[in-house]
Ligand binder design. Structure first.
Ligand SMILES: CC(C)(COP(=O)(O)OP(=O)(O)OC[C@H]1O[C@@H](n2cnc3c(N)ncnc32)[C@H](O)[C@@H]1OP(=O)(O)O)[C@@H](O)C(=O)NCCC(=O)NCCS
Length: 190
C-alpha cells in the first residue's frame, strides 16, 4: 500500500473520472494491457520517469534530491497534474503527461489547462497509450471546471492532437518563444 501523500495529487481524482464523457473506453483497455493510470509519485525517480522524459527532451543530470525537491515544489503549488501510465508487470513508468492549471481573473476567475510533456516510452508506442493520456488530461480539465485547454506541438504531431479534439484556431496558430542560453545569466531587458 502506497501512502497517499507520496502522490503529486489525490489518486482518487483519477479513479473517479467519468470516461464516458470523452466517449472512449480507454481506461478499460489500459487495465487489459496491465497498465495503470495514476498521479506521479515521489518514488518515480526509481521507476524510470526521467528515462521516459528524456525521450521527449533533454533532462540532464538530476539527483534524487533535485527530483524530490522539484516534486515537493510542484505538489505545494497544487496546480500541477502529472499523470503516469505504470506497467504493473515491471512497476516502470511507461508514459507521462503534464497538465498545468492557470488560475485567471478573466472569464470570471476561470481556469485554463496547459498540456505539456506528453511522452510514451518507445516500447509502448502505437498501442493507444498517448491517446489515453491526453484524454485523461481532458477529463481532469473538465473536472477542474476549466473553460479550455491548450498545447503547442511539432507539426508532425498536429494530426495526433486533432484526432483528440484539439483545433488550430484561425489567426491564432502561432507559437512564439524567447529562449535563453544559460540559467541565471545577467539579462539585458529590451
Ligand atoms: C506522440 C506520442 C505521445 C504518441 O503516443 P502513442 O502512444 O504512440 O500514440 P497512440 O498509439 O495513442 O496513437 C493515437 C492515434 O494517434 C496517431 N499517432 C500517433 N503518433 C502520431 C504522430 N507522431 N503523428 C500523427 N499521428 C500519430 C496514431 O496513429 C493513432 O491513430 P488512430 O487512433 O487512428 O489509430 C508518442 O509518439 C511520443 O511519445 N513521441 C515522442 C514524444 C513527443 O513527441 N511527444 C509529443 C509532444 S507534443
Amino acid at each position: 500500500m502506497v501512502a497517499n501523500d507520496t502522490y503529486l495529487f489525490d489518486p482518487q481524482v483519477i479513479q473517479n473520472l467519468d470516461w464516458s464523457l470523452v466517449g472512449k473506453d480507454c481506461d478499460l483497455k489500459l487495465s487489459e494491457k496491465g497498465l495503470k493510470l495514476r498521479p506521479l509519485r515521489i518514488d518515480d525517480f526509481d521507476h524510470g520517469h526521467l528515462d521516459v522524459l528524456s525521450q521527449l527532451s533533454v533532462v540532464g543530470t538530476i539527483s534524487r534530491k533535485d527530483y524530490e525537491e522539484r516534486f515537493q515544489l510542484m505538489k505545494s503549488s497544487q496546480l500541477m497534474r502529472i499523470i503516469i501510465l505504470e506497467d504493473l508487470n515491471t512497476n516502470q513508468v511507461a508514459a507521462s503527461a503534464t497538465l498545468l492549471f492557470e488560475p485567471k481573473f478573466t472569464h470570471e476567475c476561470a481556469w485554463v489547462g496547459h498540456v505539456q510533456d506528453v511522452v510514451v516510452d518507445g516500447k509502448y508506442r502505437g498501442q493507444g497509450l498517448g491517446k489515453a493520456l491526453v484524454l485523461c488530461l481532458k477529463l481532469l480539465v473538465l473536472h477542474q471546471g476549466a473553460y479550455k485547454m491548450d498545447l503547442d506541438c511539432a507539426d508532425d504531431k498536429i494530426s495526433f492532437y486533432k484526432s483528440l479534439g484539439f483545433t488550430q484556431e484561425s489567426g491564432r496558430a502561432n507559437y512564439l518563444t524567447c529562449r535563453f542560453e544559460k540559467k541565471n545569466q545577467n539579462l539585458t531587458v529590451l
